[in-house]
Design a protein around this ligand. Structure first.
Ligand SMILES: Cc1cc2nc3c(=O)[nH]c(=O)nc-3n(C[C@H](O)[C@H](O)[C@H](O)COP(=O)(O)O)c2cc1C
Length: 366
């Protein structure tokens, strides 16, 4: 089972949701990067359960411990190992998973493939695995911030059928304050309120909803990515679709771009203050698999949470029909907690590509 992501800058995540701890090893981090446990904790706090009344009430502090690779507040260039202890385990809450396959969950495929499965909270399929991604991604974000002021912002644009108006942000890069102003992490106040009401309404019905996260990255250099298999958007798609509950990925104009003709869709080049720029950004910052220096813009679709507190038909472990009632503490909508995870995965891809770009193009002088 591969648990490693990235080539030159990589993370290896480990641990099960109901084991004693969960964590990550970050390899390939450059030495001398200033980083503290508090910076990593701040991002983990954006991901952790129990952070608001629209997330799962599971109470986990998700306190990070840095075990290696950091000395006196700076990275040493050696593997950085980080650990978060699981403190709020209630294995009994997941007893239904032992008897039957939960609809639209990982139970059936995992059991059939491996023949062995820890039925307490999903094991490696649990979203707790993403703790390691956020811890590693925070280091990647710091590298990007200190290397030319690269900034990433992910935020919610849709919950169920409630969407942020297309012109809500204009050209403005949304501020962290606007995104974090509400627990739903949509930077447009009126839409955020409607989204929160919808999540509360479906939760009261024992149901769930999904949504869309948009991510924008500014101040990227031209040149990250490659023209064939390791296209920047291909690696971003893999990173995003490796997250639990994701169902779609699009870059720039995405699926809506198919509604335009080439004459309407092309991003026209211009010389702006001595730099080659594009007048529009339907490419979403990537052309030919390589970043073009415009804002990187992509969107990720998350499905409605699989576990709902309603009885649904399924089959038991022998394939006999049965009914299953969801139990345990679940997110009625996983999307608000996924915002820092999307940013982290994007940062991991970008740092890895930045290092690969430098290794091939900047190492030798001829
Ligand atoms: C931040 C986050 C929180 C999640 N919380 C839950 C949850 O409380 N209940 C649940 O059934 N699924 C939850 N999921 C999704 C499941 O982990 C996922 O649907 C399941 O492992 C099956 O994988 P798949 O949906 O990618 O096929 C969450 C996903 C994310 C990203």
């Amino acid at each position: 089972m591969p648990n490693r992501f990235g080539k030159l800058f990589s993370i290896t995540t480990w641990g099960e949701s109901h084991g004693p701890a969960i964590g990550v090893v970050v390899d390939g981090c450059p030495p001398l990067l200033p980083i503290t446990a508090a910076e990593i904790q701040a991002e983990l706090d954006r991901r952790r359960p129990g952070q608001s009344d629209i997330t799962t009430p599971r109470k986990e502090a998700d306190s990070v411990e840095i075990l290696s690779g950091v000395y006196e507040g700076r990275t040493t260039g050696t593997p950085i190992s980080m650990l978060v202890r699981n403190t709020d385990q209630r294995p009994g809450a997941y007893s239904e998973m032992k008897q039957a396959f939960r609809p639209s969950h990982a139970d059936f495929t995992y059991q059939t493939k491996y023949g062995i499965r820890d039925p307490h909270g999903g094991g490696r399929s649990s979203a707790r695995e993403t703790i390691g991604r956020v811890a590693g991604g925070t280091i990647a974000k710091k590298i990007l911030a200190l290397s030319g002021g690269v900034e990433l912002r992910a935020y919610i644009t849709r919950v169920h059928d409630i969407a942020m108006p297309a012109d809500a942000l204009g050209d403005a890069f949304p501020s962290v304050e606007a995104i974090e102003a509400t627990p739903v992490r949509c930077p447009h106040g009126p839409t955020a309120e409607a989204m929160i009401e919808r999540i509360k309404a479906v939760r009261s019905q024992g149901d769930s909803v999904g949504g869309v996260i948009e991510c924008r990255v500014r101040n990227l250099p031209v040149g990250l990515g490659a023209p064939v298999f390791d296209r920047l958007e291909a690696d971003l798609a893999k990173a995003m679709l490796s997250l639990p509950a994701t169902k779609g990925f699009e870059v720039g104009s995405g699926f809506d771009g198919t509604l335009l003709k080439g004459s309407e869709h092309n991003d026209l080049f211009e010389n702006r203050e001595g730099r080659v720029r594009t007048a529009t950004n339907r490419s979403g910052g990537v052309q030919g698999g390589i970043s073009n220096g415009e804002e990187l813009v992509f969107r990720v679709a998350f499905k409605p949470t699989a576990t709902i507190l309603q009885s649904q038909p399924t089959v038991d472990l022998e394939g006999n029909p049965t009914d299953l009632m969801g139990k345990g503490r679940h997110d009625p909508c996983v999307v608000p907690r996924a915002v820092p995870i999307v940013e982290s995965m994007a940062a991991l891809v970008l740092v890895d590509h930045w290092m690969r770009h430098a290794a091939q193009n900047r190492t030798f002088n001829f």
